[in-house]
Design a binder for this molecule. Sequence first.
Ligand code: ASP
Length: 338
Amino acid sequence: MINRRKFIAATSLAGASVLSGSKVMAEFPGTPIKNSPIVISTWDFGIAANAAAWQVLKDKGRALDAVEKGVHVPEADPNNQSVGYGGLPDRDGRVTVDACIMDDFGNCGSVAALEHILHPISVARRVMEKTPHVMLVGAGALQFALDQGFKKENLLTPESEKAWKEWLKTAKYNPEINVENRLFSPAKLPGNQYNHDTIGMIALDAAGNLSGACTTSGMAYKMHGRVGDSPIIGAGLYIDNEVGGATSTGVGEEVIRNVGSFLVVELMRQGYSPEEACKEAVMRIIRKKPDTAKQIQVGFLALNKKGQYGGFAIQKGFSFAVCDQNDQKQLVKSPSYY
Ligand code: ASP
């Protein structure tokens, strides 16, 4: 069975077109380069995040440090309205962030429904390194962050506040909208605003070890206190240094229901290629709720221990960024079910 799976993996890697700059290069599933680091992350904003991670990886730094540094970029970017500072708030106008991190030893840390902290991923790392726990939430997570020396800040930018006030006019909460295909009507969300998206990042360092990070402000206009998949180990992120790592983006409730990232890693353990494993995780969601799946987006992204990567999404429009010694700015259009 495993051999057959390996065969399928070797023959089914087509489907992801790689864009470097604006140019389509080739069908490229991920070429393992011996002892060469690689970092992958979700969406087009992953390119800038990967570049920061690469600074660590190229100097033989640890994957854990790379993913933390990498996701700092979208966390601090006020123009990114789905991660950290500048994120769209919940329905009460409060920006609440979720993040988790996992290393090559299986250590992990997480924060959820955290307010006022610019770099939730670094608080998650402190939870991992400085406490006996895995997850801190809400006021407790904020208290811990302040005790650790993080500064209390306002994460709501004037642009995101404006968008929220506009939204309040109808206050229609519609988490099913898939931003890539059917954006909120431009009248409601001016410009190119996202109602969701997360940065999930996985890196393999020069020593051959894996780590991952995942951070988001979650679904726009969610209920106050809602936590998605992103800070939940096994759902939004999972790393097993023997096998590979996976992360997710999209409607977190469906990812949680299927323990998505853990599933992807376990499928890779059985011999699935990263792309096949992501596809099977997507198919679980579709098979269980075919009508819901038509309306939502979920994308998975995976990297195995050999440096091979792949992604798969329910809907068209999911992209991911890849950075290795050959090219630091690859943008891959993920294959999708629809
Ligand atoms: N997965 C995130 C959440 O459910 C949102 C996203 O990635 O689109 O909070």
